[in-house]
Write a protein that binds this ligand. Structure first.
Ligand SMILES: [Zn+2]
Length: 410
């Protein structure tokens, strides 16, 4: 009884909020179809935040999210033709992977414009395809089965969407130019043993690997040792298929980050909690990696043995300081973002036999940012011809990933 009163109260509160907006132009009201009356269910939050992004990108209008015990909702005033707007919203409801989980309604001049006004059939129940109102009225499904379906749909979306974003980020980094002596679409930089084709040929396997790691994070109770074993298998497959060591660092970086990112999103934890969980896992990985290395093989392993430079492992264990010291940096160009990373990161790919080059590069980047004089430009040009900051490039790809995905951690 108390719950019912509460529900009626929050519904009338929502009606008041909607009525308080000027409706001389259409108003989009969006609410998830979260079954039951769970407050702030994290999966429902994913749906709301994702459609906020979609609508803001489509209509260039800010979407405002309102918290309510009847389920959160969002409102966007939109100066568009009401019929065309409703048509677009119905299209999204029918075709976006999360469209079945959301109602995108239009209010205009004090009235709600429904599908029926456009001569469209009512929405289908997401479990049995009958008219959703019939299923609701007749109580055809248990709340539990509806919630499970809701959560599974969100998990499937996150797995596909985040893996796609990670690949997109790596591809964007590959097509970033100027980029010092890294491989790009323009040339192979200082590399003679690989070119862009090697990099492109890795993406199919990487996508499969990333989806696997994401699904660990999206389901409760995955173990670090499972991630580690699977990671080693994919690392071997990559090396065999590509025939060059193109993505060892990027695979390690994204392989460790993606499951923790996905888990934080699915559990409704913010950026801080994500970084804490990630730091803990990275520290475990780092000590296990070092314990395993009897004879160091890669540049990173040798670097640690010779100079105690921790590279990507230490960077993740410290919570990604080479990014979060300046991120998001929307005003920076891609090259400037790379320089921001290079001046901070212990990039072990710059340690070939001696530590001097890494220190030189970091100092030069710091001086350049502090005072981009013609003399510094000259120094930078010289470095551009002679160094290939592979570790910093992986971090730049991570920045591209975060720029498009970390709205989910807000
Ligand atoms: Zn049904």
């Amino acid at each position: 009884m108390k719950a019912d009163t509460e529900l009626l109260k929050s519904r009338s509160q929502r009606a008041k909020v909607i009525a308080s907006y000027d409706q001389s132009d259409p108003l989009v009201v969006m609410q998830t179809n979260m079954p039951g009356h769970a407050k702030h269910h994290p999966a429902a939050d994913v749906v709301l935040k994702t459609f906020k992004r979609v609508l803001e990108a489509l209509y260039k209008q800010p979407v405002e999210i309102h918290r309510s015990s009847d389920g959160d909702y969002a409102i966007m005033p939109c100066k568009r033709d009401v019929e065309r707007l409703k048509n677009t919203l119905v299209y999204l409801e029918e075709n976006h992977p999360l469209g079945r989980l959301v109602d995108l309604d239009v209010h205009y001049l004090g009235e709600q414009h429904s599908r029926r006004d456009l001569g469209m059939p009512p929405r289908r129940c997401f479990l049995c395809e009958k008219d959703v109102n019939v299923c609701r009225r007749e109580g055809n499904h248990s709340v539990e089965s509806l919630v499970n379906h809701f959560d599974d749909t969100v998990r499937a979306f996150l797995k596909r969407a985040l893996a796609k974003e990670a690949i997109h980020a790596l591809r964007r980094e590959l097509f970033t130019y100027p980029c010092f002596g890294l491989v790009s679409h323009r040339d192979s930089g200082i590399h003679t043993d690989m070119n862009i084709s090697h990099f492109l040929s890795a993406f199919e396997i990487l996508k499969e690997a990333f989806e696997t790691y994401l699904s660990y994070g999206l389901h409760k109770g995955f173990s670090l040792s499972t991630l580690r074993e699977q990671g080693k298998r994919y690392e071997l497959t990559l090396l065999k298929t590509v025939g060059a060591n193109t993505h060892k660092g990027a695979h390690y970086l994204f392989g460790l980050i993606l499951p923790f990112f996905a888990r934080s999103v699915m559990e409704g934890n913010g950026r801080e909690a994500f970084l804490e969980a990630l730091k803990k896992a990275a520290s475990t990985f780092e000590s296990e990696d070092l314990a395993e290395q009897k004879t160091p093989e890669s540049t990173g392993e040798k670097a640690y043995q010779s100079y105690r430079v921790r590279g990507i492992r230490g960077e993740i264990a410290e919570g990604l300081p080479s990014i979060y010291a300046w991120y998001p940096g929307a005003h920076l160009s891609d090259l400037e973002k790379l320089i921001q990373i290079m001046m901070r990161l212990d990039d072990t790919t710059l340690l070939k036999g001696e530590k001097g080059l890494l220190e030189d590069v970091k100092r030069c980047m710091r001086e350049y940012i502090g005072n981009p004089s013609p003399e510094m430009e000259k120094k930078l040009d010289c470095l551009k011809k002679n160094v290939s900051p592979g570790g910093a490039a992986d971090m730049l790809a991570l920045v591209f990933f975060l720029e498009r995905s970390d709205y989910l951690l807000e």
